[in-house]
Every structure is written in structure tokens, then in C-alpha cells.
Design a protein around this ligand. Structure first.
Ligand code: C5P
Length: 221
């Protein structure tokens, strides 16, 4: 079974994906990691984020193990890392270069320890529209920018990173503008939409499980 979960930053995609992956024993691909990896390579190499050709060549050379190694760096999920990811993700050549790596995972999904899984959950922006349009279930998780910025702000503080709420809100709005300018980031026509400004994580999980159970029954027929 392939499940996609798309939506803006800090809407609760990762929380839902993690719980569903555990309950249904599915492998998990956080696709933002591929863009974060290329963004971080640009920062580490001292390249300007405007250097489209460099970003494309780094994307073409990215491997899964390199992405995992880069994910250990503190800047992988910092404000600077998030901004770099969002900028490189807007380059069509970068998206094209990173597509196969994301799609291959649905053919041979694996858990974090490398063991094979019977299905996968994708978390991203375009996983239901571009990466896996054939997915069995598509969710789109969203929330207001203010609520999402507050969640991110608290996450930074919990990790001991310096943060300023207004700055996080400004970044959230900027990333939304960048990310949702793409048609592919709009909800897939067959996606179920959850607004986590109004629903708790538990409510979203319960409703999602009901949909998964129903879909499983149809697939087993
Ligand atoms: O989800 P996350 O915040 O880690 O994603 C980082 C950035 O990568 C996003 O702001 C977005 O620009 C980009 N992204 C994307 N398509 C995806 C996943 C992430 O463009 N499927």
C-alpha cells in the first residue's frame, strides 16, 4: 500500500505519517529531505543559492546514503537549511533530478534499518500529484500559517536553537509563497484534506485510520 501525505510546512504531516507508518508497518519517506540535502550541499560548498547549474549538478549526484549523512548536520533542519531547501526546490532541473530517487522507493520500500517493507508512506508537497500519482490513499494536511509558525518556533526552542516567532512566521509565509506557487503542490483531486487548526493530532489519526481500513478492505477483495 502506498499512502501520500502532502501539505505545507509544520501542518502535522510528519506526525500523521509516523503514526500511520507504525500502525500499518509501512516504510516512511520524508521527501523534504532530498531538497534539504541539496540546499545543505549548497551552503556547505559556499555556493550562492542563485547558482541554478550548481544546484542541478548536486541534485544529479545525490545518493540516498549521502542524504542520510547530511541529515545529521544541525543546519539540515535549521531556518537557514529550510530556506535553502525551499529555494533549490523551486528549480525545475533540481526537481527533475530528484524524482527517480523518490519514485524508486515505492518500488522497493525499506525501513530505516534497510529491511524490506510491504508499502510506503510519503510526506511532502507533490507526492500525491507527481511522485506517486498512483498512490492508494492521498491525504493533504494543512493549518493556518500562524499555528504552523508557532509549532515550528516551539520546536526550535525545544532543540535549544535560537528563534524569534516573528521571524519564523515571516519564513513560513515566504516558504508557502515559494512552495505553493507550483501547481503540483496543490492538493491532488482525489486527496482527503485535514485542517489541523481545527482537528487534534488524535482526531486526524483516527479519521485517517478509518480511511486506511476501508481502503484495505477494497484492496483485499
Ligand atoms: O517538508 P520540509 O519542510 O522538510 O521540506 C523542505 C522544503 O522542500 C519545502 O519547503 C519545499 O520547498 C521542498 N519540498 C518540495 N517537495 C516535496 C517536499 C519538500 O518542494 N515533496
Amino acid at each position: 500500500m502506498i499512502i501520500t501525505i502532502d501539505g505545507p510546512a509544520a501542518a502535522g504531516k510528519g506526525t500523521l505519517a509516523g503514526k500511520l507508518a507504525e500502525k500499518y508497518a509501512l516504510a516512511y519517506f520524508d521527501t523534504g529531505m532530498v531538497y534539504r540535502a541539496v540546499g545543505l550541499e549548497m551552503i556547505l560548498g559556499g555556493y550562492s543559492l542563485d547558482d541554478t547549474a550548481k544546484a542541478e549538478s548536486l541534485a544529479q549526484g545525490l545518493t540516498f546514503p549521502r542524504m542520510m549523512a547530511l541529515s545529521e548536520y544541525p543546519d539540515f533542519r535549521s531556518l537557514a537549511g529550510s530556506k535553502a531547501a525551499s529555494v533549490v526546490a523551486a528549480i525545475p532541473g533540481v526537481r527533475k533530478a530528484l524524482l527517480k530517487m523518490q519514485q524508486d522507493f515505492s518500488i522497493r520500500p525499506v525501513f530505516a534499518d534497510g529491511s524490506p517493507a510491504k508499502g510506503a508512506i510519503y510526506d511532502g508537497r507533490d507526492t500525491g500529484t507527481v511522485v506517486c500519482p498512483q498512490a492508494d490513499i492521498k491525504f493533504f494536511v494543512t493549518a493556518s500559517p500562524e499555528i504552523r509558525a508557532e509549532r515550528r518556533y516551539k520546536e526550535y526552542l525545544q532543540k535549544g536553537q535560537k528563534a524569534n516567532y516573528q521571524e519564523v512566521l515571516t519564513q513560513t509565509l515566504l516558504r508557502d509563497k515559494n512552495d505553493f506557487a507550483r501547481e503540483s503542490s496543490q492538493p491532488a483531486k482525489d486527496a482527503v484534506i485535514f485542517d489541523t487548526s481545527e482537528l487534534s493530532a488524535e482526531e486526524v489519526f483516527d479519521q485517517a485510520c478509518e480511511i486506511v481500513e476501508n481502503r484495505k478492505k477494497t484492496l483485499e477483495k
